[in-house]
Every structure is written in C-alpha cells, then in structure tokens.
Design a protein around this ligand. Structure first.
Ligand code: RIB
Ligand code: CA
Length: 317
C-alpha cells in the first residue's frame, strides 16, 4: 500500500492540479480529500472537490469531506483568479451524492484509524486542521506530518503586502496549527513564486483523451487569463502543486528548521507569518521550512506525474 495522505483543499485551479498528481501517483494512497473554504465558499469548495473527483473517477475513490463555515474567516475575493466557481467557470454538474461528513470528522477518523501513518497535505486555509486539534489535541501528535502551502519568510504577501492568502483567510486557525506539537513542513511563497508555468505547458499535458488532460485543458486557460489580467503575467503560479511535489519528491527541496508563528491582530499585518531569525532566537523551532527547490527537476516531475493515469496503473500500489 502507498503512503497514506489526506489532501485538504480549497479548489482552486492549482489545488485541482495537485489532486490530479496525487491520485495518479502509485506511491500515494489518497485516503481522503477534504474541502475547506478559501478560494471559494465552503459550499463551493465541497462541490468542487466532488466535481474534480467525478471528472477523474479514480479506481478507488478517497473519502470526501464537506467544508463548513469557519469561525474566524476574513473575507477575500479570489474570483478574478480562478473564476466565480473557483474552477474557471467550468460549470461541472455534480451528481447529488450521499451526505458528506464534515472535513474535520473525516480527518479525525483517518488519523485515529492509522496513528503516525497519515500525512496531511494542506493546500488551503488551516480551518479544518485547527478544528481537529482543538477538539482532540492528542491528534496533533498522531499525524505523521503536515505539509502546508503558505506563508512567507522574507518575501511579500500575495493577498496583502504582509500576508499570504491561506494564512490570511483564517489566521487564528493558522496560529493554532503553527503552535501545535504536530510535525510540520511549510512551503512558502518565497519558494513557490519561483515557478511560473508558461503557455507551452499545453503542449506537454497528457492527451485530451485522458481524464487529466481533459480537466487541465478545461481549467488552465482561465488561470492564464486571470494571471494576465490581475498581474500582467504570461504565466501562472502553481503553489499547491509544488507543495504536493514537496511531499512526493522531498529530495528536490531543501528545508531548514525554523521557529514560526502567525499574526492574528495587526491591522496591516494580520495573517503574516513571522519567523524568529535573530542571531540568538528565543522561539523554539517548530517546523521545517522550504528554502530551496530544484526548479527544473520539479517541473519535469510535475509534467511526468500528470501523465500517470491511475486507470492504466490500476491505482495506488
Ligand atoms: O497563496 C497560495 C494559495 O492561495 C494556494 O493554495 C492557492 O490555491 C490559494 O488558495
Ligand atoms: Ca489552495
């Protein structure tokens, strides 16, 4: 059996690409995909998770979790980047499925069933993870590792001058997770901003006849338009896809132990991730933070990985 992973996502086109990679990776056993509000509302994130999984229809479906309203969400508008539905106005029809359990319940069940064996890959705000840790603090020590997209070490934010989107959306939950005793790895904007996929990616995607090839061709054009319109860029960032790669190909990333926390009050700095980099730090190291990435090798691994069709490989090993 492959490495058990949970994907906690707020799709989001880069989330969708990460889900494609994870489900096609024979070394991963994606036991759950749990929705969280962020790029879109909790209800839309839940629909988008169902839509993506239906489009990919993996041989063995992961458990799906439904996002719920966070207790401390900051309002943000990401429509410009990924569309009002978060998936490039793709308009996927979602089969009305049986009632989904809340994401935090699905996560709790999976970790309790397999202590020290589940990696949680967090690609959105940390609302669900904080809820699990607050309701059952022991679970923070039972998760094998949490690998998160987000934050900045010394670079600017992307939703305010100080804050990265995932941390800004729910800074109180982010602080709960940062301060938890869980084993954590953070993939910050300082690293993920270094990759901009250009339009030639369309020549390197899987055939349109494949599920992944079809889905990526439906979603990516909107992301390119959004990045051109909002930032004047001729390429797109794929933050979450890089975080997924840090989980499956850690040797392509360099991390260092750091002491991090999250600002939850500042009028201008709320959601900012702060690291104690003083010569004699007073804060205790509480996570590994990515500082370098073998960019070309990572991009090659992404394009190769997208071609792994679980239907041809028969799903996870
Ligand atoms: O800041 C990058 C993060 O914000 C990514 O997870 C992207 O999907 C958006 O949620
Ligand atoms: Ca995301």
């Amino acid at each position: 059996m492959g490495r058990k992973v949970i994907l906690d996502v707020d799709p989001g086109i880069d989330d969708a690409m990460a889900i494609c990679l994870a489900l096609g990776n024979p070394d991963l056993d994606v036991v759950a995909v749990t929705a969280v509000g962020g790029n879109v509302s909790p209800a839309q994130a839940t629909r988008n998770v169902q839509a993506i999984i239906e489009q990919l229809d993996p041989p063995r479906w992961p458990r799906l979790g439904a996002a719920s309203e966070p207790d401390n969400r900051l309002a943000v508008d990401r429509c410009g980047l990924y569309g009002s539905d978060g998936l490039g106005e793709s308009g996927f029809v979602v089969a009305e499925r049986q009632h989904l359990l809340p994401s935090e319940k699905v996560i709790w069940d999976q970790v309790r069933d397999a202590p020290h064996a589940v990696t949680i890959i967090c690609l959105g705000p940390l609302t669900n993870i904080a809820r699990v840790f607050l309701r059952d603090p022991e679970v923070a020590t039972l998760v094998d590792r949490i690998i998160m997209t987000g934050g900045t070490v010394s670079g600017p934010g992307n939703i305010t001058p100080a804050a990265e989107f995932n941390m800004y959306c729910d800074p109180i939950s982010a602080q709960v997770v940062f301060r938890s005793p869980s084993t954590k790895t953070l993939i910050p904007l300082d690293v993920t901003n270094r990759v901009e996929l250009c339009y030639d990616v369309f020549n390197k995607l899987p055939e349109e006849s494949t599920r992944v090839g079809r889905l990526m061709r439906q979603l990516l054009p909107h992301a390119f338009r959004g990045y051109r319109r909002q930032f004047g860029l001729e390429g797109i960032h794929i933050h979450d896809t890089l975080t997924l790669m840090a989980a499956v190909r850690p040797e392509l990333f360099t991390t260092k132990p750091m002491a991090g926390d999250v600002e939850t009050q500042g009028e201008l700095t709320i959601g900012q991730t702060i690291f104690d980099r003083r010569r004699v730090p007073a804060w205790r190291h509480n996570m590994e933070v990515a500082v370098e990435m073998q960019k070309e090798a990572v991009i090659d691994a992404i394009l190769t990985g997208l071609k792994n069709d679980p239907h041809s490989t028969g799903g996870p090993a």
